[in-house]
Design a protein around this ligand. Structure first.
Ligand code: MRU
Length: 345
């Protein structure tokens, strides 16, 4: 995603169109950013955090001509609207809070407040790239040459500002010459793996196969996977992980097969204010995401059927072998090690 300084707009890839088409959206208002997040034109926890931060900058920019009071009012409205766009990824609230705090000054210079909002949003975006690359280095050190790793959803450059979390680790291992083989979960219902992760890996030149989500257990059980890497939308104080639906089943199968299961997260994804995963709100998305699927040109389900569509699940901390963060590898007991990691932040 990119800020356009001349027109003061936000430009980002419309992920709904990939891999068929690389289409860019140019957004002018915070309401447009909220819609892009809700409708998943932009998705992935760090990416929606950064986009929301730029949404705050748009709110300030659009109100600037009307004075400082109007700028503050628009920032406040943007904070509430963007914060309600998707409930599970804590990076969203985290980024909004940062911009709000950065603009909480006594000045009544509207242009100065708008500049502060933009600077903080840009800082969030720049930091994201740098810390993802650090996580990638820590994570890549866990991968031995030629290993097969399994990946869920899309956690790459598309899901962040650049590099990615779990997919960044894989990309780094590839750049270091470790030649990882990747099994890409297709990730029903929205197919972020088949569409987005496959699109990214193709460009990086990483060797991979797409597998149906149902096949992951088979590959783990038969010793064909050495490590699993996933990202997260929120990590509770005890180490429970909210991530894309299907992560929990994957973690269970990995544990049963004695395959290490790593969760790659920036510290902005760790939420010490929730004690355990049961307190994390799970987004339920429209049934159409499950039902509106064509196979050989025909609908897969009979007309009139209903569906349930939770977008995330909770993986209990005891199934997580380690977290990879921008400060290094974090091991159990997570209730202590995560608190220690975030001390002073
Ligand atoms: O619903 P999505 O596509 O936004 O879900 C994305 C995920 O679950 C990712 O694993 C998570 O955000 C981490 S991405 C760096």
């Amino acid at each position: 995603m990119e800020w356009l300084p001349e027109t003061r707009q936000l430009k980002l890839i419309d992920q709904r169109e990939l891999p068929a088409e690389l289409r860019w959206l140019v957004l002018s208002t915070y309401e447009e950013v909220a819609t892009a997040i809700r409708e998943m034109a932009v998705r992935g926890a760090p990416a929606i955090g950064a986009a929301a931060a730029f949404g705050m900058a748009l709110a300030a920019a659009r109100a600037e001509a009307h004075g400082a009071v109007a700028v503050r009012a628009n920032i406040s409205a943007a904070h509430d609207t963007l914060g309600a766009a998707r409930p599970t990824a804590i990076n969203l609230a985290w980024a909004l809070k940062r911009v709000r705090q950065a603009t909480a000054t006594a000045t009544d210079d509207a242009a100065a407040i708008a500049q502060m909002a933009l600077q903080e949003a840009q800082r969030i975006a720049d930091e994201d790239v740098a810390l993802n690359e650090r996580m990638a280095e820590f994570g890549a050190a866990l991968i031995q040459p030629g290993e097969t790793v399994l990946h869920h959803c899309n956690t790459g450059a598309l899901a962040t500002v650049d590099w990615g979390t779990a997919l960044g680790v894989i990309r780094k291992a590839h750049e270091l010459g470790k030649r990882p083989q990747v099994l890409v979960d297709e990730t029903r219902p929205r197919l972020q793996g088949a569409k987005l992760t496959a699109w990214e890996l193709q460009q990086y030149g990483v060797s991979f196969d797409v597998i149906s989500d149902n096949a992951a257990g088979f590959f783990l059980q038969t010793g064909q996977v050495q490590r699993v890497f996933v990202g997260a939308d929120r990590v509770a104080a005890n180490g429970d992980v909210a991530n894309k639906i299907g992560t929990y089943m994957l973690a269970l199968a990995a544990r049963e097969s004695n395959v290490p299961f790593y969760v790659v997260v920036p510290t902005s994804t760790i939420d010490l204010s929730v004690a355990s995963g049961s307190e994390i709100p799970i987004e339920e998305r429209p049934a159409g995401e499950v039902l509106d699927l064509l196979h050989e040109g025909r609908p897969v389900t009979p007309a009139g059927v209903t569906a349930r569509n939770p977008a995330f699940d909770i993986t209990p901390a005891h199934l997580v072998s380690a977290f990879v963060t921008e400060f290094g590898i974090v091991e159990p007991p997570y209730i202590e090690t995560l608190a220690e990691l975030l001390k002073g932040q």
